[in-house]
Design a protein. Sequence first.
Length: 454
Amino acid sequence: MTRRTFAMIPVLSAAAVAAAPGAAAAANTAYVFGYFKETPNQSGDSYALHLAVSTDGLNWRPLNQNNPVATPTAGTLGLRDPFILRKQDGTFVVLATDLRGRIFTENNQYLHVWDSTDLRSFTGYRRIRMHGLATHTWAPTAFWVPSRNQYAIVYSANNGNDVFMVNYTSDFRTVSANEVYFSPGYPVLDADIVADGSTFYMYYKNLSDGLIYGARSSTGAANSYSNYTGGLRQGNAIEAPLLIKNNTGSGWRLWGDSFSPVNNDYYAWSTSTVGANAWTLLNQRDYTPPLNAKHGSIVGITAAEYDGMVARWSLPAWVRLKSYNFPDRYVRHADSIGRIDAYPFDPHQDQLWRMVPGLADAAGVSFESINYPGRYLRHSNYAIRLDANDNTAAFRADATFTRVAGLADSAWSSFRSYNFPDRYLRHSGYVLRIDPLSAGSSATDRQDATFRVV
């Protein structure tokens, strides 16, 4: 994040969670992502706590229909950069920047705080004052420091330079005096710090070149880190690094938030060994961030916690269709035409569909628009349109598809026309239509007709 864009990502690693006595009773088998939301024209902005869950840590399903699960009631009445920490007793605490909107000139010395037993409810809301400086308090991250028997809260601030500050706490109610945690001689932003064994790893944004760097320390103490990675960046710019160890205990992922809400939301890398400086960029085909998510945090959760959160907040009542060969593009309607466009765009609801039993055959599927209920994707002269259901047999057949294994990848999906069964839904020039496809069709044609339901 820069002062202009301000989107940040801290997190606690699965390794740190595994070390917690309260977490040792059950293994983490899933993940939860906490975030706030922004869209290009601000129509989808939400400066509150949102949650999404995942079983693989790559593809995310928003909870509560992507509506807030907690909203601040003091300070600016908004939050950014929520950070979820599993504490030593196995319960959770949520920290967040006290800031609503996209104006980053306001000084604020406070963080929002909630307690939660299982992320099904959030209690004890309060704000804690971190310092008395005429500056901001952005992008909190927190971790357990065994040598102090306390938690460290690290955040971005400015004491004449953009640095990371730290306060220590035992209860997330009172904190020690602030002190400089990391000031390498150039401006920095968005620290994320995790522990792996006895080594502490910190990923952050270098504001002087816009790249993400990694540093490590054997103690986690202030001013004890040395860089060990080169700079990482994708797209125009990147910020808010998020480091998470896989629940399987093998491998790590590093996420980076895009520079602003008008660009792609996230990029991700993977490595087998966090200390090896050997990050591999993941194909966007392999992951799907939560819809409209900005600068959040990820933490491992147990199967029981996952089930409890889904029971409390529910999974989405809508789906998105992601293009196989253009994985930054999603099926949407625009001026009643079906097409695939790079996300983000507004209105973002144009890409949300109720995938219902087929109008002509319940064994098939039909796609009803979320923001235009009663309108469905259908073909007309082989072109795909969004039209109102007139309940004729012809319309019902035109709007019905048979879902089959993806023509380019059997783990994905393809959709065969109900009344023209030799034709499949595909994009051509980013516009949707149905065309004949067979085993002899080109690889490109098969990819054009393959989608992930997310």
